[in-house]
Design a protein around this ligand. Sequence first.
Ligand SMILES: [Zn+2]
Length: 362
Amino acid sequence: MLMNRSFKIFLLFFFVAISSSSCYFFNGYYVRKDFKYPKPVDTKSKNIQYQIKKIYSFDNVYFDNTFDGARMNNVSKLDDSTYQVDILPENYPINDSPWYSFRVWSDSIRNIYIKLNYENGHHRYIPKISSDRTHWNVIDTSGLVIADDRSFAIFPFKVDTSKIWISAEEIINSSDVKIWMQKLKKNAFTSRFLSVGKTKLNKGIPFFRIGTGNSKGKDVIVLLSRQHPPEISGFLALKSFIEELLIENKVTEDFYKEYEFWVFPLMNPDGVDLGHWRHNANGVDLNRDWAYYRQPEVDAVTDFIVSNAKENKNEIVLSVDFHSTQKDVYYVYDDSFDTELKRFTKYWTDSIDRLIYPFESV
Ligand SMILES: [Zn+2]
């Protein structure tokens, strides 16, 4: 796991009070609710550009994108030692978060340059490398040159017979999430591991519950992650948060007498495995579809929440959606907004203020 200082500032928890946005409490049960986004985005399905999956070979130097989570749209050789890797979005317009991920090796030791060339985007992520996909390091940035307009970045790299992953962030694809969830099954507080629906590419949308005993009448906290494929640090934050919730002690045991968590750890499995910058396999930003429910992922998750809350007479009191961005740590509704837990935002940020001084609330 990559743990460095930049990890902390890239954390972002996007907080949404679901009862005020996506569905609302009506006549004793939840129904879906339409609302207007301040900046509406068209969430009708669109065509995406699929990558050609292959191993590119040039004079015994190899570039490979044949794994889930890879993004490398083309490779060309510019001169004796420089290789250009083209990085394109799945469709356009799109958020400027160009994810890239590929493997490189050679038949013999060679010193080469790798140029990351972006179309419809700008260099954002410092390359990370790994030989086992578990332990990751930031590349030696002393040789990294970024174009003034950020349209490309170039860095020297020593290749040999060991296959090295080079990636915008560490790779956590849908298989990795499955393996993690499999391990969580052993925990006393977890249950109901299931898929709440299927994506366009027929992948399951995973769910599990954290809580004890019967669900009837419990207050529910919804956790979401990976709507946006490149936001790895948000997922790592969710993972750490969940691992804390699974520690058996008096606090958690008491908490689960009244509350339970409904966890959707991988909202966009198609986008994650396709190495997308932002969208699902329908070319849509899922986080702009919560008022329209046009996309299978948002539709299935909302349906599941509404029907399960109705069946077990649950109240959805809070939702935390884990993302990553460059500076912000928490996006919250201010207390003028009508949310389920009154004044929760102030209580929460004030508590953080006390714990992590100095913490700037803006
Ligand atoms: Zn996001």
